[in-house]
Design a protein around this ligand. Structure first.
Ligand code: ATP
Ligand code: MG
Length: 557
């Protein structure tokens, strides 16, 4: 059994524990707030594990809320896949799925309240003028000429914005905060814009949409969120988050806490860039097994337990979080090591003819699916006159230390006999066509007499093996940080060799494996029956999830 490891403490956990201890909160409420504008990636997995994980560990609740304030970019497809991903990772949100759009009426009401308090105004500056008035990091902004409009006029104009009297982009509602603030987010930020766009939930009911910063804090408060966890780029937005909640009559003020984003080496974790890869057909889709999306990782054969362990291991902090791919792969490998049944496959086959094979005399052996899990059961590993071995398990001119097959040398077939290579048969061009070998009949399940045979190789009976399409994946990018330099197009670092498809052979034992069944193919790695194209008993398609360290080369078969 792979056990769930103990939580790792971090500063957010400390805050939660202090708030529970002091009685500030009786229980905690967190939320995961994706925008349904793409598929989730490994960075989101970190956020999901944090938010849902805290709720689990402290007997609280975690909501799933779609931040659906950008109708043009959002779709039902994305929203559905996000729900599927959260559940697949092993989490369940409290109650119904929530949508920021459920709060549009309430959000409108709070905007009217701000207007009535003289804290919001309708502004008619053009986007260019607005930018110019905003100032810069070094220069304060200037007040909009519309800033001192009266309450009644603002109320009227805002109602007419809602009623559709003005064209898109012609007016906005702005919070009246401080055009000289050193924090640009407080320089009278826009809180509503006019946008005639069809919304996936509210259809054409609205032609004005609230801005993210305004929507998010109020949605949190309406849901009674206690700790609103987000990534560091929102740190400078926190004063606005607090300003909005301090200035409306809402009886809840969640605490926003920021942590650093996960960046994974050899990957990009931006929905926009991932969408580009999909649209430009650089990958086969959002769930291409090379993608760092949750759907991609799932299709590749990663496990939810392995991904959760990864999130636990990388921790939560405010410092840079660029993580080596090997940390993720290590978590997956460790999880699959205990979870995946072990069988044999040959991906670069070379034929071996066993010259002294005797039908009815040469026997096959039973082999368990996992050395530590007898309950996984066993199967027969049949042998016949012709077998497949891996091309690179044979060398005519072996390097020093070679323990596999050589002309005249011996090797053990896993779960079977010791064989010796007697003859190498080649075609006219010098390519190896087959190897003629003989087996030692006294070596089934026991050591040969008078000599040591160190090497053990995997193999398959040609007569019994089933053909399979096997997909070998490498990193999608050739450099650790493909999008680090804003002036260099990340496409140029795409790895042209990130996918290799081979026609190999697998044991008959996997014939009826359901899609998404994971195996260790001994000595080759962990593989997963493809979710989309694998058809049990018909067409076998396996994706390599992660390679394996060859841990049993010195063992006896
Ligand atoms: P992207 O830049 O990929 O579009 P996003 O932040 O815009 O990501 P959202 O849908 O808004 O995507 O994200 C939902 C939640 O996931 C947010 O709370 C966000 O902070 C968090 N999140 C997004 N990317 C990461 C990441 N790389 N690491 C940790 N958390 C992340
Ligand atoms: Mg976002």
């Amino acid at each position: 059994m792979s056990s769930e490891h103990a939580p790792v403490s971090h500063f957010i956990r400390n805050i939660v524990e202090a708030d529970l201890a002091s009685g500030k909160h009786k229980s905690i409420v967190t939320r995961f707030p994706p925008e349904p504008n793409g598929y989730l990636h490994v960075g989101h997995a970190k956020s999901i594990c944090l938010n849902f994980g805290l709720a689990q560990d402290y007997a609280g609740r975690c909501n799933l809320r779609f931040d659906d304030t950008n109708p043009e970019k959002e779709s039902e497809e994305y929203a559905n896949s996000i729900q599927e991903d959260v559940r697949w990772l092993g989490f369940q949100w409290a109650g119904e799925v929530r949508w920021a759009s459920d709060y549009f009426e309430a959000l409108y009401g709070y905007a009217v309240e701000l207007i009535e308090k003289g804290l919001a105004y309708v502004c008619e500056l053009t986007p260019e003028e607005t930018r110019e008035y905003r100032g810069s990091l070094n220069a304060p902004g200037r007040n909009s000429p519309y800033r001192e409009r009266g309450v009644a006029e603002n109320r009227d104009l805002f109602a007419r914005m809602r009623a559709g009297e003005f064209p898109d982009g012609s007016r906005v509602l702005r919070a009246k905060i401080d055009m000289a603030s050193p924090n640009i987010n407080l320089r009278d930020p826009v809180i509503y814009r006019i946008r005639r766009a069809h919304h996936i939930r509210t259809g054409d009911a609205w032609c004005i949409y609230p801005m993210y910063d305004y929507t998010h804090c109020i949605s949190d408060a309406l849901e009674g969120i206690t700790h609103s966890l987000c990534t560091l780029e929102f740190e400078d937005h926190r004063p606005l988050y607090d300003w909005v909640l301090d200035n409306i009559s809402i009886g809840c003020h969640p605490q926003q806490i920021e942590f650093s984003r996960l960046e994974l080496q050899y990957a990009v974790t931006s929905k926009r860039k991932l969408l580009q890869l999909v649209n430009e057909k650089r990958v086969s889709g959002w769930d291409d097994p090379r993608m760092p999306t949750i759907q991609g990782m799932r299709r590749r054969g990663y496990t939810p337990e392995g991904i959760r362990e990864f999130a636990r291991r990388i921790g939560i902090s405010k410092s840079d979080n660029v993580v080596d791919m090997s940390v993720l792969e290590g978590c997956i490998r460790e999880d699959l090591e205990t979870r995946a049944p072990r069988v044999m496959a040959v991906i670069q086959p070379v034929k071996v003819v066993l010259s002294n094979f005797e039908p009815g005399v040469t026997s096959s052996r039973e082999a368990g699916f996992h050395p530590n899990h007898p309950e996984f059961g066993s199967r027969e590993v049949p042998i016949s006159r012709e077998i497949w071995i891996e091309a690179d398990d044979f060398a005519e001119n072996p390097p020093p230390g070679w323990q596999r097959l050589v002309p005249g040398g011996e090797v053990r077939l896993r779960y079977s006999y010791v064989i010796r290579c007697d003859e190498v048969v080649k075609d006219g061009d010098g390519n190896i066509v087959e190897l003629r070998c003989s087996l030692d009949p006294n070596t089934l399940g026991k050591n040969p007499e008078g000599r040591k045979v160190k090497g053990v190789i995997h193999w398959l009976s040609a007569e019994h093996a089933l053909p399979a399409e096997i997909r070998l994946y490498d990193r999608l990018f050739t450099v650790p940080e493909p999008d680090a330099d804003k002036d260099v197009d990340f496409h140029q670092y795409l790895n042209p060799a990130s996918l290799t498809v081979v026609n190999g052979w697998v044991e008959a034992a996997v014939r009826d494996a359901a899609p998404e069944t994971r195996y260790q193919f001994e000595r080759l790695g962990y593989f997963c029956a493809d979710r989309r194209e694998h058809q049990p008993g018909e067409k076998l398609v396996f994706n390599r999830a992660v390679t394996l360290k060859d841990s049993w080369a010195k063992e006896q078969g």
